[in-house]
Write a protein that binds this ligand. Structure first.
Ligand code: PLP
Length: 358
């Protein structure tokens, strides 16, 4: 249990009046959570303070060797004005798993969840009211040792910041075109694919730009060795419904284990669908696209919840999915997950963690 010291701002910002213009991660809230690590004291001094810039030595390890990690989750406001989180313990566990990979001292899952809840409670008036909007929560940790030597840092700062964010699908759910990346890779066995670290993103920007220039919304990554099996898409996991069964890459180290992914797998299995976590080749997917058995394709992640795919392009070959429309199962999954998150559907899974009255 953390003993969190709270210092409130004396200069609160005006809340955005037009929630349709919030966008994603553009406006920060008034406060942030901080906690420091040193070898002597371990994690210490948990505190909520006014949001402010960091002052850091230019020789900090994080700037040069990218020893850092992040998480992403949301706080939701329900119709009866309660503020709640969705499976924050899963984010806390993933943060700990990522930390272990990056030689960063772990934070107990309970402390991670407590820190998120404490900050959201302080910022509860920043949780927007519009349907589909939320307060995006961004926990992260950075290495703060000073010096050019390459080694795991002995000092760290853990920080959580929040952003009121608009509905992802303010203009309705539009299925997207996906470019199957055949040159660059995102991960390979033994590397950091399963860790939510900034380095993975830095390495992915080039492919993202290439795809954007060609008119695609996202990149579909293939495995790093044979470039044969599908792994994930942009910052989302991806699922394929083929002849009634749902396929997705297994979490064996090269794929980010998404909280949305595992939640959707559970819901699908509850509904009686067979879900296969394993190797699925892009060749088989293209074949299914041609013979009419590729029924639905969708990405899964916290930001969008579900992002339906209407087209896949691989080495100039194209398949089109469900006449460019969102599939029935995709739509039902979207309604179910968002229904639980915004409190419109009863949470029979114990996935919701209440924070406070709004
Ligand atoms: C965060 C992330 C996801 C989705 O994870 P969720 O927990 O569902 O938000 C998928 N892929 C990558 C690369 C990610 O960074």
């Amino acid at each position: 249990m953390l003993d969190i010291k709270i210092t409130k701002t004396t200069a609160p910002k005006a809340k955005p009046t037009d929630e349709t213009k919030l966008g994603f991660g553009k406006i920060s809230s008034d406060h942030m959570f901080l906690m420091d690590y040193s070898v002597e004291q371990g994690w210490h001094d948990p505190r909520i303070v006014p949001y402010a810039p960091f002052q850091l030595d230019p020789a900090c390890v994080v700037f040069h060797y990218a020893q850092e990690l992040f998480e992403g989750l949301k706080a939701y406001r329900t119709a009866d004005n309660k503020i709640q989180l969705f499976r924050p313990d899963c984010n806390g566990q993933r943060f700990a798993d990522s930390s272990e990979r990056m030689c960063i001292p772990t934070i107990p899952v309970e402390d991670f969840v407590q820190a998120c809840k404490a900050l959201v409670e302080v910022e509860k008036d920043w949780v927007p009211h519009t349907d589909g909007s939320s307060l995006y929560i961004r926990p992260f940790v950075i290495a703060t040792d000073v010096g050019m030597g390459v080694h795991a840092s002995h000092n760290y700062t853990f920080c959580i910041i929040c952003f009121p964010s608009g509905a992802y699908y303010a203009e309705g759910i539009n299925p997207v075109r996906i470019y199957v990346e055949d040159e660059y890779i995102r991960a390979a066995p033994g590397l950091t694919g399963y860790a939510k670290c900034g380095g993975n993103y830095a390495a992915s920007l080039k492919a993202g730009e290439k795809a954007a220039q060609l008119g695609f919304a996202q990149v579909l990554w293939l495995d790093g060795i044979e470039k044969k099996y599908v792994e994930e898409v942009g910052a989302m996991n991806i699922m394929f419904k083929i002849a009634g069964k749902v396929y997705t890459a297994a979490c064996t180290g090269t794929v980010l284990p998404g909280v949305t992914r595992r939640s959707i797998i559970e819901v699908l299995r509850d509904w009686g669908y067979e879900v296969i976590e394993g190797k699925l080749s892009i060749e088989d997917i293209m074949k299914a696209g041609k013979d009419g058995t590729l029924e639905e394709v969708f990405g899964t992640g916290t930001a969008a919840v579900i992002s339906p795919v209407k087209e896949l392009d691989w080495k100039g070959d194209k398949v089109f999915i469900n006449d460019g429309k969102i599939g029935d199962v995709t739509q039902k999954l979207y309604d179910t997950l968002t229904g639980i998150q915004w409190g419109k559907i009863e949470d029979t899974k114990g996935w919701i963690v209440p924070v406070c009255e709004g």
